[in-house]
Design a protein around this ligand. Structure first.
Ligand SMILES: *[C@@H]1O[C@H](CO)[C@@H](O)[C@H](O)[C@H]1NC(C)=O
Ligand SMILES: *[C@@H]1O[C@H](CO)[C@@H](O)[C@H](O)[C@H]1NC(C)=O
Ligand SMILES: *[C@@H]1O[C@H](CO)[C@@H](O)[C@H](O)[C@H]1NC(C)=O
Ligand SMILES: *[C@@H]1O[C@H](CO)[C@@H](O)[C@H](O)[C@H]1NC(C)=O
Length: 366
C-alpha cells in the first residue's frame, strides 16, 4: 500500500494497492480527488508499475495523468465511482420526497495518511460536504473504509463476507449525520466504468443458509463480463443488508435494496481519477452503468435511532467468491438426511441376517 506516491502533500488522497503474483499484478487505486473512486487494473506482468503525473492530475484537465507501465501488459481496466448520496422520506401519499442530494464530488476529505494501517491493510476516506448550510454534518461524517486482503478468507464482523486475495472490501459508513426528516432513508449511487465489450450483469442468489449473516439470505453480485465469451472480469458483491452499529449484531440489520441497473447514456461521473486514466470527451473509450443501493426499511427507524449506517461491498477481479453451505447447515442436513439413511442401513442388515438365517435352515442337496 502506498499513499500519494510521488507527491509530498496530503491535501489530496490517492492510495495505491498493488498485489503481485507470479506473472501478473493487480493494481487498485483509490482516490478522493473528485468523487471517491477505485480504479482496477490487471496486468500480465509481475513488474508493472503505476505512473502518475501529479501536475496534470490536479489540473482542470487530468486526462492522461494516470497510467500503467508497460502499457502493453494491461489486460483489463475498470473503475467504480461512488457518485451521490440521496436522502428521502415517504409522504402520506406514498410519494418519495427527496432532500437536496449530497454530491460526493463536492465533499472535502480528511487526509487518509493518518488512517493507513499497513498490517491490517486498511485505510479510511472520511469526508463532509464542502458547504453544509443545514448543518447536517456538524456532528457527523461519511466514510469509505478500504480493506485489502493478502489471502482468501472470511471477515469476522458482520456481514462476514467471503473474500479472495484478488479482492478488496469497501465499507460505506454514515455516522452521526443528522437526518433532514423524521423518517429519512438514504441511498448510495454507484457507477461502474468499463471498457467497450464488457457488459454488467446484476445477479441475486438466495440461500437457505444464513449462518454467517444471520437472517439475511440474499447475496447480490454485479459482474462485469466479457461480451465475447461471458467470462467474468470483475465484480462488486454484497449482502442485502446494512448495519446500524459499529459492532454489528443480527438485530442491527438495516434493510438494503438494490435498484435496477442503469446502463448507457449515463454521463461520466465527476471523478478526476476516472478522467485521468480513461480520458475524457472525443476518443475516450468506456461505457458506464450505475445502480442505486438504498438503506432503511418502511420507516427508516434504525438510522433515526442509531445515527449509524454501514454497508460493506467486496470489489475484485475475476469470479466473485461463492459461498458453500456452512458446516452448521451441512451437519443439520447430514442429520436430517442421515437418520433415514441409518435406518435404511439398519433395516437392510436385519433383512440380510434374517435371510442368512433362513437360508441356513436349508439342508444341502448333496
Ligand atoms: C506532466 O504534465 C504536465 C502538464 O500536462 C506536463 O507539462 C509535464 O511535462 C508532464 N510531466 C511529465 C514528467 O510527463
Ligand atoms: C455528537 O455525536 C456524539 C457521538 O455520536 C454524541 O454523543 C453527541 O451527543 C452528538 N452531539 C450532538 C450535538 O448531536
Ligand atoms: C418530526 O418529529 C417531531 C417530534 O416527534 C415533530 O414535532 C415534527 O412535527 C415531526 N416533523 C415531521 C415533518 O413529521
Ligand atoms: C438514483 O436515484 C435518484 C433519485 O431517484 C435518481 O435521480 C438517479 O438517477 C438514480 N440513479 C440510478 C443509477 O438509478
Amino acid at each position: 500500500m502506498q499513499y500519494n506516491p510521488g507527491w509530498n502533500g496530503s491535501s489530496v488522497n490517492l492510495l495505491h494497492v498493488r498485489a503481485v503474483g507470479r506473472g501478473d499484478t493487480l493494481h487498485y487505486v483509490w482516490s478522493s480527488i473528485g468523487a471517491p473512486a477505485a480504479l482496477l487494473v490487471a496486468t500480465a506482468s509481475g513488474s508493472s508499475a503505476l505512473r502518475l503525473n501529479w501536475t496534470r492530475l490536479l489540473s482542470p484537465d487530468p486526462t492522461g495523468a494516470v497510467w500503467i507501465e508497460p502499457a502493453s501488459s494491461v489486460v483489463y481496466s475498470a473503475a467504480v465511482v461512488f457518485t451521490k448520496v440521496f436522502e428521502y422520506s415517504q409522504t402520506k401519499m406514498l410519494e418519495e420526497l427527496f432532500y437536496p442530494t449530497y454530491d460526493l464530488s463536492d465533499f472535502s476529505w480528511d487526509s487518509v495518511n493518518g488512517t493507513l494501517n499497513h498490517t491490517a491493510l486498511t485505510a479510511e476516506f472520511k469526508g463532509v460536504p464542502a458547504t453544509d448550510p443545514g448543518g447536517s454534518f456538524s456532528n457527523g461524517s461519511l466514510a469509505f473504509r478500504v480493506t485489502a486482503y493478502e489471502v482468501g478468507g472470511r471477515d469476522g464482523p458482520l456481514p462476514s463476507l467471503l473474500h479472495t486475495a484478488n479482492s478488496s472490501k469497501v465499507e460505506f459508513v454514515l455516522a452521526g449525520v443528522a437526518p433532514r426528516g423524521n423518517s429519512s432513508r438514504f441511498a448510495l449511487e454507484v457507477a461502474m466504468v468499463e471498457e467497450p465489450g464488457v457488459a454488467q450483469k446484476l445477479r441475486s442468489a438466495r440461500s437457505i443458509d444464513d449462518e454467517y449473516t444471520p437472517t439475511i439470505f440474499e447475496m447480490l453480485s454485479l459482474v462485469a463480463e466479457s461480451q465475447n465469451d461471458s467470462s467474468p472480469l470483475s465484480f462488486l458483491q454484497w449482502k442485502a443488508t446494512a448495519y446500524g452499529s459499529q459492532t454489528p449484531r443480527r438485530e442491527d440489520n438495516i434493510q438494503c435494496r438494490s435498484h435496477s441497473l442503469q446502463a448507457a447514456n449515463w454521463s461520466l461521473p465527476v471523478s478526476s481519477l476516472v478522467h485521468a486514466y480513461f480520458g475524457e470527451g472525443v476518443g475516450s473509450t468506456y461505457t458506464i452503468s450505475a445502480i442505486n443501493i438504498s438503506f432503511g426499511g418502511e420507516d427508516g427507524q434504525v438510522y433515526q435511532e442509531k445515527r449509524y449506517l454501514s454497508w460493506s461491498v467486496l470489489l475484485g477481479f475475476g469470479q466473485p467468491p461463492k459461498d458453500t453451505f456452512s458446516p452448521l447447515v451441512i451437519s443439520i442436513m447430514a442429520v436430517a438426511l442421515g437418520t433415514p439413511m441409518v435406518m435404511l442401513l439398519v433395516g437392510s442388515c436385519v433383512v440380510f441376517f434374517a435371510q442368512r438365517k433362513r437360508y441356513s435352515e436349508y439342508e444341502p442337496i448333496n
